[in-house]
Design a binder for this molecule. Structure first.
Ligand code: THU
Length: 144
């Protein structure tokens, strides 16, 4: 990917760095049930980078996704006004890995109109989309 392939203000170098951080996090995934190992790295408005992985549970519905864990860590570390510039999702399975619907809503909560999500197809290429493209009609209480 060259710099000009990423015209959003996020450089190709930043995307590569986020991929590396996401891969590192995916290695910590706790996925003894699905064996699907996901990592998600966030670039925050302040330039900070942090990542999360999926953490499963024997009571399956308690499983938390990589994106959810990354976003809740960002809020815990940087406070309620934290904003996400970009999210990069990877998995160690070589599979396509779109963010699930719940993760889209979770990312949306701390997003701006410019927030972008990069997620892999099974051929290793990445799709890039804004959170608004991924989640039109996001839920809100209508009082913002
Ligand atoms: N998973 C994620 O981490 N992110 C998603 O957006 C979808 C699914 C995880 C949850 C579970 O541990 C495994 O992938 C299989 O669903």
């Amino acid at each position: 990917m060259s710099e000009k392939d990423v015209p959003s203000g996020i450089s190709a170098a930043q995307v590569s760095q986020l991929k590396e951080k996401a891969l590192e996090a995916a290695k910590n995934a706790y996925a003894p049930y699905s064996h699907f190992y996901v990592g998600a790295a966030l670039l925050l408005e302040g330039g900070e980078i942090l990542a999360g992985c999926n953490v499963e549970n024997a009571s399956y519905r308690l499983t938390t996704c990589a994106e959810q864990n990354a976003v809740t860590s960002a809020a815990a570390l940087y406070g309620p006004s934290v904003r996400i510039r970009a999210v990069v999702i990877v998995n160690l399975n070589g599979a396509a890995s779109q963010p699930c619907g719940a993760c889209r809503q979770t990312i949306h909560e701390f997003s701006t109109e410019a927030t972008e999500v990069f997620f892999p197809a099974s051929d290793g290429s990445f799709t890039r989309a804004t959170i608004a493209q991924l989640l039109p009609y996001a839920f809100s209480l209508g009082n913002e």
